[in-house]
Design a protein around this ligand. Structure first.
Ligand SMILES: [Zn+2]
Length: 372
């Protein structure tokens, strides 16, 4: 998963003499069958070589070569999109595999080009998962079905800590004030860490896990400002693997996101009837996509719709008529919806995939809020 601290380090690079090549490329196997992205990457590299001034081109030619080799040499397991940052001069190579589509572009600047990846981080919910027992806390961040363990707080790390107690101590009368102070200190440490992660990793909500007897206690001990961010709790052993944590937290996160998406769809439906700033149904969505008016696209996750795409200008349609823009004969595709999603992102819109039974399913399975 993309580590925001690492992105922040990249963002703090001060422009000097080195050039950075940043590439974003949609590599979704659905919309890029048989490695269509290979053609696109070659075109992007060619464009770069033709448009850069001589000196800059000389500076980055090794980077362009590295990127070309990267896509040419081996078959790779791709997610939806990939971001590569290369600067031979600064001795830097980073690759990020993203589970969301992004606008394909190649940018050469004196710093890495990070806006698109930061947008993705903003648009897809990041959640903090805190697995806590009385004397230990493990902290995870999860986003788009991925999870990373970021840190751990153990009470033996706290100076002068007594052998017993931990998280629970404050509520247990048998401990004296002196012990309370240390246990309080431990909780403060965990709080501090949680708060700093919420902030640094842009995680907006918290899921709490742990042994059954700990969960209620941990939640109760949290300061209200953190407690109101808790969206659910699950039981888990402290030694659970990240995959187990992800599975348990995902159930809670899915339910939370489903409720949020229901509200979003209600808003969309209201907009369609109130002020025409929304559309529902694939025909209207395609029209608005071609007019580049999509602000937020909402799609039923199971929605599949065959359609047609123009080989010249990539215009979409659900009927096999010649392209309405250039008159070319269109080709059939079974991934019309994926192309719409990709185009929405290309024009700076965001995409919300809505899983399961939802109001969107009855309302046309696809819809969009419009820019104007
Ligand atoms: Zn066309």
């Amino acid at each position: 998963m993309v580590d925001l601290d690492e992105i922040r380090d990249l963002a703090s690079i001060y422009p000097g003499s080195a050039h950075y090549v940043t590439l974003y490329l949609n590599v979704d196997p659905l919309t890029n069958p048989a490695g269509e992205y290979a053609i696109r990457i070659n075109n992007m590299l060619k464009d770069a070589r033709e448009s850069l001034d001589k000196k800059t081109l000389k500076d980055v030619s090794a980077d362009l070569e590295l990127i070309s080799d990267y896509f040419a040499t081996e078959k790779r397991e791709f997610k939806k999109s990939v971001c590569i940052i290369s600067s031979k001069a600064a001795n830097l190579w980073k690759e990020y595999h993203l589970a969301a589509p992004t606008k394909s572009e190649l940018v050469v600047e004196k710093t890495p080009h990070l806006d698109p990846i930061l947008d993705i981080m903003d648009n897809y919910g990041r959640y903090l998962v805190v697995l806590a027992s009385k004397d230990r806390a493990r902290i995870f961040v999860t986003q788009m079905g991925e999870v990373t363990e970021y840190g751990e707080v153990k009470s033996e790390d706290i100076p002068g800590r007594h052998a017993k107690g931990g998280w629970f101590a404050l509520s247990q009368d048998r401990y004296d004030r002196h012990t309370d102070w240390h246990e309080g200190f431990h909780i403060k440490e965990v709080e501090k860490k949680v708060e700093s992660f919420m902030d640094r990793q842009k995680a907006g909500k918290i899921v709490i896990g742990g042994p059954e007897e700990s969960i209620a206690m941990v939640t109760e001990k949290m300061p209200p400002v953190l407690r109101e961010k808790v969206i659910g709790r699950f039981r888990a052993e402290m030694f659970a693997t990240p995959v187990e944590i992800l599975a348990a937290a995902s159930i809670i996160i899915k339910e939370y996101e489903r409720a949020a998406k229901d509200r979003m769809i209600e808003d969309l439906i209201a907009r369609v009837y109130k002020d025409n700033r929304g559309v529902l149904g694939i025909e209207d969505v395609i029209l608005m996509t071609e007019e580049k008016r999509i602000q937020k696209l909402m799609v039923d996750s199971d929605y599949e719709q065959p359609g047609y795409i123009c080989p010249n200008c990539r215009a979409l349609s659900i009927t096999p008529d010649p392209c309405r823009f250039c008159g070319a004969k269109t080709g059939r595709t079974s991934h019309l919806v994926d192309f719409i999603m990709e185009k929405a992102v290309e024009q700076g819109g965001s995409v919300e995939v809505v899983p399961g039974e939802s109001k969107l399913r009855e309302a046309g399975r696809i819809g969009a809020l419009l820019r104007y």
